[in-house]
Design a protein around this ligand. Structure first.
Ligand code: ADP
Ligand code: ELE
Length: 316
């Protein structure tokens, strides 16, 4: 279906929850941490902020609490050039947050523990009705690409229905649906993850890690993923430090190697990768060059403690 008249091909609209991040200020276990440094995270907001810093036309759709954290998030997004006109304030529910404790795994790789405080958050009240709010409908109608992660349907049953309807409307409007699987097992504990799989299957562009592919779809074998997502325009299978395998209908598999990075803290690398990829695509880069730029943005996120690059590479 051709894009609607209001669609702007290069505009990216990111949809999902923002979280305030509290990280122990000193490098100590959580039980000993008395002071915390506040920052901002949340997968789709991370993507939107990096897109804003790259100079891309970007909007973010979400719900925040009527609290100081929500005010801070809204101001930060606005100052990065992100259109926040479709971000609602919920008078009754708080902005979500998570505590991030950086550390090192037994094999020496950098790993962080994440403790979520988000159940009952403002964003968990996303529901299909939200899509009918004029500000939200207007922003979504302007999207060339809608980007959402598998975290969003995991927020609540109403958020899962929201995502199904968002996917349906995005495709009906002729915009591209970009999905980063972002499997968060804790959000699906005791719940059927069918909405996560359905969102992945609705994607035009699907980004997922090999570990996530195994956990959610039972395989990271490229041939089996091709068979499963044959209708998807493109699958980017992320293989951490090894790079990304690009799977496209009618094309041979292509491997795009990652950069050599001394990782400081890994959270947010996937979001930075997605932002770099979407930014380059929205400027007309071919998929492999866009993956290369995604790797550069991911590398910039990996060398800082925060969830996003301190400085984005130049997008030419
Ligand atoms: N050890 C690493 N060395 C270099 N690049 C990496 C490394 N780990 C991740 N990356 C980069 O980050 C991107 C996203 O990695 P991934 O592990 O999928 O992140 P996440 O788990 O945050 O989604 C990769 O495609 C790659 O560009
Ligand atoms: O886990 C969540 O729900 C969050 O949104 C918090 C983080 O900001 C993202 O998880 C970062 O995602 P990655 O880039 O895949 O590491």
């Amino acid at each position: 279906m051709p894009p609607t008249e209001t669609t702007t091909p290069s505009r990216v609209v990111c949809v999902g929850e923002a979280l305030v991040v509290l990280t122990p200020t000193d490098d100590v276990p959580l039980a000993e941490a008395a002071t915390f440094t506040r920052s901002v995270g949340g997968a789709e907001l991370n993507v939107a902020l990096t897109l804003g810093h790259l100079g891309i036309d970007v909007a973010w759709v979400s719900r925040l609490g009527d609290d100081g954290f929500g005010e801070h998030v809204r101001a930060l997004a606005g100052s990065a050039g992100v259109d926040v006109s479709a971000v609602a304030t919920d008078p009754d529910r708080p902005t979500g947050l998570y505590v991030k404790v950086p550390g090192t795994a037994a094999d020496g790789t950098r790993r962080s523990r994440m403790h979520y405080y988000r159940s009952g958050s403002a964003a968990s009240a996303l529901s299909p009705e939200f899509l009918d709010e004029p500000a939200v409908a207007g922003v979504l109608a302007s999207a060339g690409t809608v980007h959402v992660s598998g975290i969003t349907p995991g927020l609540s049953d109403s958020a899962a229905r929201f995502c199904a309807e968002l996917a349906r409307r995005t495709r009906a409007a002729g915009a591209t649906l970009s999905v980063d699987l972002n499997h968060r097992p804790v959000l699906w504990r005791g719940r059927d993850d069918a909405p996560l799989r359905a969102l992945a299957e609705a994607a035009d562009e699907l980004l997922l890690g090999a570990d996530e592919a195994r956990a959610v779809f039972g395989t990271d074998d490229p041939a089996r993923l091709r068979a499963r997502f044959g209708h998807a325009r493109r699958v980017l299978l992320k293989q951490e430090e090894h790079g990304v395998l690009v799977l496209e209908p009618g094309e041979p598999d292509r491997h795009v190697p990652a950069l050599d990075v001394d990782v400081v803290e890994p959270v947010g690398a996937g979001d930075a990768f997605a932002a770099g990829y979407l930014a380059a695509r929205s400027r007309g880069a071919d998929p492999d060059d866009a993956v290369r730029f995604g790797h550069r943005c991911a590398a910039a996120a990996l060398v800082v403690r925060g969830d996003r690059p301190a400085h984005v590479p130049a997008l030419t």
